[in-house]
Design a protein around this ligand. Structure first.
Ligand code: 3AM
Length: 177
């Protein structure tokens, strides 16, 4: 019988303070009419693994155990829109070295664990709304400082109520508590 799988991805998971600030910003620009990503679901995807077995998941976790990257600050200061995906997002204008290093380490882990490496250039973003077809809000850019001190392995669960996420494991960045 085939080994069961779970749909997994690595992400930066905002703490409550950052999450609340993001949510204030989004509700300020979109109001209540637009269906947006619920505050509890806001995250920044590092790499999407897809449906993987426990064997692959353990391999990815073993690689994540060896990541040695210091905490870094992300400035969420840009509101963006991708026309093709109709996706409204916010993210940093400047990519800190630590974030590049983290994405590279995870992409390398995908290689080593037999997953297909993501070939697209990494674009740091937090999805705010999908299937967004209203005019891009004429909004001030966000100004949210996020001190990133950990990264997470997350399970994505689809149900009739929509997608929900379970943080399965969290790794502190080097030197973080
Ligand atoms: O973080 P964002 O919103 O960009 O769209 C999914 C979400 O991206 C993406 O993984 C993130 C966590 O669910 N995702 C879902 N299926 C995907 C796939 N087959 C995918 N990314 C790449 N390939």
């Amino acid at each position: 019988m085939a080994e069961p799988t779970r749909r997994l991805f690595f992400a930066l998971w905002p703490d409550k303070m950052v999450r609340t600030r993001c949510d204030w910003y989004v509700s300020g620009i979109l109001g209540k009419r637009v269906r947006r990503v619920p505050a509890d679901n806001l995250h920044l995807t590092l790499a999407f693994a897809g449906s993987v077995t426990d064997t692959v998941s353990r391999c990815l976790e073993a690689h994540a155990d060896r990541v040695a990257i210091e905490p870094f600050r992300l400035q969420i200061d840009h509101l963006g829109y991708w026309h093709r995906q109709r996706l409204l997002w916010m993210g940093p204008t400047h990519m800190p070295d630590g974030l590049w290093a983290l994405v590279t380490a995870i992409r390398d882990a995908f290689d080593d664990c037999g997953l297909e490496r993501e070939r697209r250039a990494f674009q740091a973003h937090m999805t705010l709304a999908r299937k967004f077809s209203a005019a891009l809000p004429a909004a001030e850019a966000p100004a949210i400082d996020w001190d990133v001190d950990s990264f997470c392995l997350v399970q994505s669960v689809n149900s009739e109520n929509g997608v929900s996420y379970r943080v399965l494991r969290r790794w502190a960045l080097e030197g973080a508590q």
